[in-house]
Design a binder for this molecule. Sequence first.
Ligand code: NDP
Ligand code: 8X3
Length: 252
Amino acid sequence: MNRIALITGATSGIGRATAVTLSQNNFDIIITGRRKELLEDLEKEIKSKSSGKVYVLSFDVRNKEEVDKAIDSLPQDWQDIDVLVNNAGLAVGLNHIQEGVIDDWERMIDTNVKGLLYVSRKVSPRMISKNYGHIVNIGSTAGKEAYEKGNVYCGTKHAVDAITKGMRIDMLKHKIKVTAINPGMVETEFSLVRFKGDKDKSDSVYKGFTPLYGKDIADAILYVLTRPEHVCVNDMIITATAQANSLYKIVD
Ligand code: NDP
Ligand code: 8X3
């Protein structure tokens, strides 16, 4: 029987690639995000490529009521979530702290930290009730070391790192696995969002080296989800070969 995986932020990038990969590997998937039309496009694409089932559930992770209502609205045969991929997240702006934009800070904290918590709070009791489940949190190399102007984004990803460690301890007696996947630079809509739609700026981030792609991270997620029952991958850091960590990369 297929496992049910709920993926946040499936409209684009890492989450979208994860949805496609899991659907081709014995998972029925609940795809979520704010842009419902993109979820519907993805649903069509997945249904044309695999026999796995797909359910579209659109909500904003920053809105606790919306999160609860959406997950409560799942039909009976979708409620038994086995896997939660907490992927929805973003960076907004790149400024020294004294020039930081408060609204940008709030969007990052509300999405990357509070959103991840709201969804986990709602889904984890269902896993606990059956002593089975796997939560995969998408952190970042930015959660391992800070870089100039990354202050608040790095702070949110350091928070994801700490929350993941805490979750793993809390979930231990319930036999629920908790994994952090920490990517380096992945070419997605991430930089377009960070630079508020400035495509030239965003394209320049990935010039001169081969970055990671969403599929690379999706493959890692599939790997951790398909280890034997007694194996839990706690923490994975994945960078492009041209990147050593948040601070060092080589460009042509
Ligand atoms: P994308 O911008 O391509 O995708 C982000 C996804 O998050 C979208 O599907 C978006 O959906 C969703 N999202 C954003 N805000 C909300 C919200 N309030 N409610 C619900 N969904 C939301 O970026 P990536 O795929 O790169 O990012 C995915 C994760 O990976 C993020 O957590 C990011 O921090 C992390 N990451 C990215 C790296 C990179 O270099 N790209 C490196 C390391 C980590 P929608 O807009 O439709 O709501
Ligand atoms: C995204 C990678 O280096 O832009 O988390 O912070 S980075």
